[in-house]
Design a protein around this ligand. Structure first.
Ligand SMILES: [Zn+2]
Length: 486
């Protein structure tokens, strides 16, 4: 449905060009004047609302989990340009469904698993001197006008009384803004590289404009990525040319929205760590890959993030076992931080094993979406992708090593979650069902993700002594039972 709306919008954009190209300067000037953009060097605005965790849906391809933002402060300094968004959010979905807890932080006792206790402080710095940062700055209504004036914008069409103004930046990104009959920016849209998801529409909608000392600002901000809401803010207070915003000059950590989603990530330095006979962590920062050795082949569990890591993981497996090919890549679930590398495995011709509930989403979206903005290995070397699905169980064995894949039934973290069991080691390899929380008191009540994990192990009558976490480390089963309140 959202896709349909986007198509209609684009169609409208190529209808009769009632406004001649030479009028674009006038359109931008008129809007800048109405909006008060010309003299706006910085702005601070506050509010509250919701945001969503990118790529952390409960169902493959479903809506991204929503968190409530109790306090939101944005500081934009257009003179650098940089932007800082400070949010306090709470995990108030009850029960929680999907991921988005973020990495475990021992200093706050938060993250790792939902529900996340207490107020979650989330700060995001956007550096407008980077490609993705600039796109995020231009997504703001005043930022769009500044970007349009600086980048040779053109009139892209009209839609009723609304004029569409468009410019191209960095040779490949098209940024289009809709300017209404009051000369106010009502919508800005561009496409970014969404990593696993490929070319992804990033859009901002702005409404309920009010005047603040000659500067117009929307009281309602909605941003979407790939059709999914990522930010919905009701603005309470606006301070144009704020000195606090002018003090934001840099030290950016991230490019802003349009990051690839998920938790963790890190440099592609590989560190191999033996877990048990025939089982290794290929440790490159969480989430990690786990290598399982059979007589004639290897199985890799989890391809978490991007081409670089997949290439390094495959190279390390080859270094360790030059004569044994990687026969399968097992994908525990569809979250971006657990599936970011699957396209690169597919590019190497390695079949992907995942739950049957993921097949349609992977085939119709992840392996079909265009990757023109930043072509990955599969986009550069297209080939048929092999997806093999698991319903309840699949077993690999060579008589010595046996690896069982089981569906984790009814877990709220992700529909179709798979876990792996190695009977001879009494060992389970799991993602996001349990997170060790060393050094902090236990959660007020056990996470339903962990209690369900224990119920599944009991249902399947698995004899477990040790648990391997795809997000890092191992624990005894006793520790998991304790976290589940047993
Ligand atoms: Zn997850």
């Amino acid at each position: 449905m959202k896709k349909m709306l986007f198509v209609l919008f684009v169609s409208a954009a190529i209808l009769p060009l009632e406004v001649a190209a030479q009028d674009v300067g006038w359109v931008i000037d008129a809007s800048a004047k109405a909006m008060g953009s010309a003299t706006l060097q910085s702005i601070r605005y506050t509010g509250s609302g919701t945001n969503n965790s990118v790529g952390q849906a409960f169902t493959a391809g479903g809506p991204w989990p929503r968190f409530k933002i109790t306090k939101y402060v944005a500081l934009v300094n257009y003179t650098v340009p940089v932007m800082r968004q400070e949010s306090v959010r709470v995990d108030n979905e009850n029960p929680p469904r999907g991921g988005g807890a973020g990495g475990y932080n021992p200093a706050t006792g938060q993250g790792g698993i939902r529900p996340v206790p207490g107020d979650i402080i989330q700060n995001q710095n956007t550096d407008g001197r980077t490609e993705i940062g600039a796109l995020n700055m231009w997504l703001t209504p005043h930022g769009f006008l500044k970007g349009a004036a600086a980048n040779g914008a053109k009139i892209a069409g009209t839609r009723g009384k609304t004029k569409l103004v468009s410019f191209t930046a960095f040779g490949k990104y098209t940024v289009t803004g809709a300017i209404d009959d009051q000369n106010l920016v009502e919508r800005v849209e561009t496409k970014i590289d969404g990593g696993l998801a490929g070319d992804t529409v990033l859009e901002g909608s702005y409404s309920d404009y009010k005047d603040f000392a000659g500067v117009k600002f929307p009281m309602h901000i909605v941003q979407r990525q790939g059709g999914h809401p990522i930010l919905d803010i009701t603005v309470a207070d606006v301070e144009p040319n704020s000195s606090a915003a002018r003090e934001i000059t840099g030290n950016p950590q991230r490019g802003g929205a349009g990051a690839r989603g998920g938790e963790g990530g890190g440099p592609a330095g590989i560190r191999t760590e033996k877990i048990a006979d025939g089982i290794w962590f290929l440790n490159m920062g969480a989430p990690q890959s786990v290598l399982v050795e059979f007589k004639d082949y290897l199985v890799v569990i989890e391809g978490g993030s991007g081409d670089d890591r997949t290439v390094a993981t495959i190279a390390e497996a080859k270094r360790m076992f030059p004569a044994k090919p990687i026969k399968y890549l097992v994908n525990t679930h569809h979250h971006f931080d657990h599936s970011g590398g699957i396209r690169a495995y597919a590019a190497e011709g390695i079949p992907i094993i995942t739950h049957e509930s993921h097949k349609h989403y992977y085939e119709e979206q992840i392996f079909k979406n265009p990757h023109t903005l930043n072509p990955d290995r599969l986009a550069r070397m297209p080939r048929a992708v092999m997806i093999e699905t698991v319903k309840d169980k699949r077993v690999f064995t060579d008589g010595n090593m046996t690896l069982e894949l089981h569906l984790v039934r009814g877990n709220l973290h992700a529909e179709g979650m798979l876990m792996a069991y190695v009977p001879k080691e009494k060992l389970i390899i799991q993602a996001d069902l349990f997170t060790p929380r060393p050094g902090v008191p236990p959660l007020p009540s056990p996470s339903p993700y962990t209690t369900n994990f224990v119920e599944n192990v009991e249902r399947l009558k698995l004899d477990v002594q040790r648990v391997v976490h795809v997000h890092g480390g191992t624990d005894s089963w006793t520790e998991v039972l304790k976290a589940a309140g047993r």
